[in-house]
Ligand binder design. Structure first.
Ligand code: AVJ
Ligand code: FE
Length: 443
């Protein structure tokens, strides 16, 4: 099983390169500082990445002695809120760096002696893949911390691709019927994505592209933030309490134009890019203003994965192939979302584009287990969050690595959160006459 061993080593190394890039690009004072009460100091994420890797791979999978048994409590995300983490006696930047590399050296030895075969997830190397995904999830969180820090830009990347032709707003109709949601086969799928199960979805329409800044500006300029009737009751209370007036990081310039700030650089709001840094309450109010709604999680997944020709669900919208530079904006290859229309090769079988990458998309659904769910390997990854005050986000962002993203991947966050790289896509029910047309044509 040489190939799988090398694949696992490569995803672990890719994650570590990214972690190093995000933590070596700022000085020590910046690493230990708290850039927002919503975020941990970067040095906490760094050592937490190592601690999780030690707990799951060195101790559990490898059966080895602890590297540092004295720090588990400090890096237990359930013990300390993000806001309280800077006051803890954390490893300093030098200690944290040497800790994560000691852990990694042990893990690579353990990997060399792991069977990597057999049907059971623990035998097949799942825990290694899960740790690579965990590190990449924290890398995305650290990227959000970078967005919140002030000071000179320290990150660099190629500009995101432009659309070849001016995008038009279009929607596609997803026919009524059952599709297979979730997966029992995907080797890297986390417990909350399992098992595969049939779900009936009524016919609905969904936009080909995520909502753009241009569309969202229509809501802002039409007084969307001043009209309580567009918001849920709780959303309006939050709109007032948090004084929401526009997406986070936007500011209106004296001449009336809108600018934003991205990783320390000021730039005009790009009309054809997906809107980003809106919370669920804003996404929901925008959709109501537009006379539309957010898709449910099942609708989103059917639009992304269902292939009407085979009746089966694909791993990614475009098929089974790994994400590539022409199919999805992932992995911090660019420091922002691409214009809508920039990834025609990433379209789903139903013709829906940019579902993977660019921006996470809020759905109307709460975070719940699929029928037949079983926690693996720990209750703490997903199960303890079911039924809480969370909304599901789908599809990943420009800051999500491909190892931690696929058509079945489920993310969740509180409906007030907007420091994450999240936008939305619009859906709607079909009118009775549209439904009639569908049944007459037998689709
Ligand atoms: C799945 C993104 C909500 O960051 O809280 C990281 C992922 N779980 N460490 C989070 C996670 C444990 C999780 N999200
Ligand atoms: Fe974590």
């Amino acid at each position: 099983m040489r190939e799988l061993r090398d694949e696992i080593a490569a995803v672990l190394e890719r994650a570590r390169d990214r972690t190093v890039g995000l933590t070596d690009s700022v000085d020590d004072a910046d690493l230990v500082a708290q850039h927002s009460p919503l975020m941990s100091p970067l040095v906490w994420d760094l050592a937490h990445i190592g601690n999780q890797e030690e707990l799951w791979l060195v101790r559990d999978v490898g059966g080895r002695d602890a590297v540092r048994s004295d720090i588990d409590e400090l890096y237990d995300a359930f013990r300390h809120s993000r806001a309280s983490r800077p006051a803890l006696p954390l490893l300093d930047p030098g200690q944290a760096r040497s800790y994560v590399s000691t852990v990694r050296d042990e893990v690579l030895e353990i990997l060399d002696h792991h069977p990597l075969r057999g049907r059971r997830l623990d035998e097949a190397g799942f825990a290694f893949g899960m740790i690579a995904q965990h590190e990449q999830q924290h890398a995305e969180t650290m990227l959000a911390t970078h967005q919140l820090r002030s000071g000179e830009p320290v990150l660099d990347a190629e500009p995101a691709p432009r659309a070849a032709t001016a995008p038009t707003s279009r929607e596609v109709v997803v026919p009524a019927g059952r599709f297979e949601m979730g997966t029992s086969e995907d080797p890297w799928a986390l417990d909350n994505e399992r098992p595969a199960h049939p779900v009936h979805v009524d016919a609905f329409a969904i936009d080909v592209h995520p909502v753009t800044n241009r569309q969202y500006l229509g809501f802002v300029e039409d007084g969307g933030y001043e009209r309580p009737e567009l918001w849920t009751e709780r959303g309006w209370r939050h709109r007032i309490d948090a004084d929401l007036q526009a997406p986070q990081f936007w500011s209106r310039q004296p001449g009336g134009s809108w600018w934003t700030r991205r990783f320390g650089t000021a730039l005009p709001v790009a009309p054809d890019e997906p809107v980003m840094h809106v919370c669920w309450f804003e996404a929901d109010a925008f959709a109501r203003w537009a006379g539309r709604r957010l898709p449910t999680e099942a609708e989103w997944e059917k639009a992304a994965r269902f292939d009407p020709r085979t009746g089966r669900s694909r791993r990614h919208p475009w098929g089974a192939a790994e994400p590539g530079v022409d199919t999805a904006n992932l992995g911090q290859r660019h420091l922002g979302p691409a214009e809508v229309g920039a990834y025609p090769a990433g379209a789903s079988a139903l013709g829906v584009e940019q579902m993977i990458g660019d921006v996470w998309e809020w759905t109307s659904s709460g975070f719940e287990p699929y029928p037949g769910f079983s926690a693996f390997p720990y209750r703490e990854y997903s199960e303890v969050f079911f039924g809480g005050d969370y909304r599901v986000l789908r599809g990943g962002s420009f800051g999500t690595d491909s190892v931690a993203c696929r058509g079945t991947f489920r993310n969740w966050d509180h409906p007030v959160r907007r420091q994450i790289f999240a936008g939305l896509r619009l859906a709607r029910d079909l009118s009775p006459s549209e439904r009639g047309d569908l049944s007459r044509t037998g689709r």
